[in-house]
Ligand binder design. Structure first.
Ligand code: DOR
Ligand code: ZN
Length: 352
């Protein structure tokens, strides 16, 4: 049996949600990840340091593993102030500011629709070296949904980066060859997160034969050649600009499997096994640890985790569903078999 022993991974982009859903998302996340960067698209969104600190308390009240450390980003709204940025920079748990183009995705109504109107704020972020985390899709309804990331890069991101060359940027959950090329053309303070599902799947999984809502996420899965380009980027030897952000985004069964289904793949419980499967298929298991456990920490100037995670090549069946707060949540790959599994971490200290 093949065994893979790596530095314990971090998830630099996750949706933990709030309230009772935390009783599901936090234990699942801490099974695999030491650190997570929790997204601020709650209702209402996380726009203040105080709001983030009380969210942190709600998360830590549920976490069992003493090493589990949640990090956060401030939601970039029209009302974001320089004072909040300064306060955020001083808070050890806040790693950046999350930009959602208004209407781009779940709970993005408070997002901004024209970054050029907020250059004064971006300029403060550049001075503070506070990273801008970007959902990189245009929202113009005349633009085809499969082209929205590439259009965002050319019309918003390139001009923004040229105007603020020192601003650290993470282009989140990238899904296209254009995104890979852009990151490759940039210096080390520009990086991208990549999800397990954008590496493992393409739009055929979503659309061919049957329509599969579990695979519906934003940015939407693209053609196979984009998937392959992402795979090459993360599996390349010595690459440092791409790291794991699962974008695990649970929605209740009722909300996801409806006539107007929500975008989001719930991947927390399968992310590492799925990645091991994809990397192993490409004989690239030796590149997995940099992607899951090293590059992100370096980008955010944090130490590497001292704990380790062991994955074994042994099959298991992904649960049909999980529940929280009276709702069912279907994980991606529910009822299907994966050929790698995470071993429970023996001797991990836990909260009382
Ligand atoms: O598929 C997605 N779901 N993409 C996002 O950007 C947001 C996320 C969510 O919060 O459900
Ligand atoms: Zn997300």
């Amino acid at each position: 049996m093949q065994i893979l022993n790596i530095i314990r991974p971090d998830d630099w982009h996750i949706h933990l949600r709030d309230d009772e859903t935390l009783t599901l998302t936090v234990p699942l996340a801490e099974q695999t990840f030491t650190r997570v960067l929790a997204m601020p698209n709650l209702t209402p969104p996380l726009t203040t340091v105080q709001g983030i600190l009380s969210y942190r308390e709600r998360i830590l009240a549920i976490a069992k593993n003493t090493h589990f450390t949640p990090y956060f980003s401030v939601y970039f709204t029209n009302n974001l102030t320089a004072a909040t940025l300064h306060e955020a920079k001083l808070c050890p748990w806040i790693l950046g500011v999350k930009l959602y183009p208004q209407g781009a995705t779940t709970h993005s109504d408070w997002g901004i629709n024209d970054i050029t109107q907020h250059f004064d704020i971006v300029s403060v972020m550049e001075e503070l070296a506070l990273p801008l985390l970007v959902h990189g899709e245009v929202t113009d309804n005349t633009i085809d949904i499969f082209d929205r990331e590439a259009r965002f890069i050319e019309s918003v991101l390139i001009p923004l980066q040229q105007r603020f060359p020192k601003l650290p940027i993470v282009l989140e959950h990238i899904s296209t060859a254009e995104a890979v090329d852009w990151v490759h053309s940039m210096p080390a303070h520009i990086a991208a997160t990549v999800t397990a599902h954008h590496l493992a799947f393409n739009r055929n999984h979503l659309l061919a034969g049957n329509l599969r809502p579990d695979y519906y996420c934003l940015p939407i899965l693209k053609q196979q050649h984009h998937q392959q380009k992402l795979q090459q980027a993360v599996m390349a030897k010595n690459q440092s600009q791409f790291f794991l952000g699962t974008d695990s985004a649970p929605h209740s069964q009722q909300k996801k499997y409806s006539a107007c289904g929500c975008a989001g793949c719930f991947t927390s419980p399968i992310a590492l096994p799925l990645l091991a499967e994809v990397f192993s298929l490409h004989n690239a298991l030796s590149s997995l640890e940099a992607f899951t456990s090293i590059n992100g920490a370096h980008f955010y100037q944090l130490p590497l985790n001292t704990q380790r995670l062991c994955l074994t090549q042994s099959t298991w069946e992904v649960p049909q569903n999980y529940s929280a707060g009276g709702d069912a949540f279907i994980p991606l790959y529910a009822g299907q078999t994966l050929s790698w599994q995470c071993q429970p971490t023996a001797g991990q200290p836990t909260h009382e």
